[in-house]
Design a protein around this ligand. Structure first.
Ligand SMILES: Cc1cc2nc3c(=O)[nH]c(=O)nc-3n(C[C@H](O)[C@H](O)[C@H](O)COP(=O)(O)O)c2cc1C
Length: 199
């Protein structure tokens, strides 16, 4: 009997602040047996991983099922014939956002995002910058029109987080939700684990 094909998710990490979010997404995906992560890391993200986290580049690469060098524009994820549920770019820099918005696919991360749009698959952009310029906002607006989900790593308070780790985890839960996946302990508004106290 032939088993179910793996649910493949392409993960791009670019050089916006918040490298830990990409790392935690990769770690979370390891808990879903039927899921394969396919990772591409930009040179900007190589810097933020080292700057912001305790992990080495090799540590992060090893968290993925498959990792591709960003220069390898001929890798499988560069083609629409490669079957995947979609792609998450986490974190997504304003430069990468601009590249996708213009279809300027001069590296594997940008090409994989371009392919995700052309194949009408789910593209989730965890776009991070503050404040946002009109250029950033226009690019986000264009990408939302092209069907991408713009999911900035904004803080959520209704779940009453008591640590940055809890706040990060909530964002990971939101990303996974886009792919119909439930993160253990994810607090949804209106559900018993997250009731509103009377004022
Ligand atoms: C520590 C650090 C934090 C950064 N944070 C952001 C950020 O939050 N958003 C952003 O758009 N760029 C940020 N940048 C700048 C990007 O890394 C830079 O524009 C880079 O060229 C992006 O390239 P990439 O999209 O190919 O990774 C940051 C850079 C460093 C070194």
């Amino acid at each position: 009997m032939i088993g179910q094909p793996a649910k493949r998710i392409v993960i791009g990490m670019s050089g916006a602040s918040g490298a830990i979010l990409g790392i935690e997404l990769l770690q979370a995906l390891q808990l879903y047996p039927g899921c394969e992560s396919h990772l591409v890391i930009s040179q900007g993200a190589e810097k933020t991983i080292l700057q912001e986290t305790k992990y080495t580049l090799q540590d992060v690469v090893e968290m993925a099922d498959v990792a591709y060098p960003i220069e390898n524009i001929g890798a499988s994820i560069a083609s629409g014939t490669f079957k995947a549920e979609g792609m998450v770019i986490v974190p997504c820099s304003m430069k990468t956002l601009a590249g996708i918005a213009c279809g300027y696919s001069d590296n594997l991360l940008l090409r994989a995002a371009d392919v995700t749009i052309k194949e009408k698959r789910k593209l989730v952009l965890v776009a991070r910058e503050s404040p946002l310029s009109p250029i950033h906002l226009k690019n986000m607006c264009a990408l939302a029109d092209y069907g991408a989900t713009i999911l900035p790593p904004m803080l959520t308070y209704y779940n009453k987080p008591i640590s940055i780790e809890e706040m990060n985890r909530h964002i990971i839960g939101k990303i996974l939700s886009c792919f119909g996946m439930e993160l253990a302990g994810f607090k949804r508004w209106g559900e018993p684990s997250c009731t509103m106290h009377s004022l």
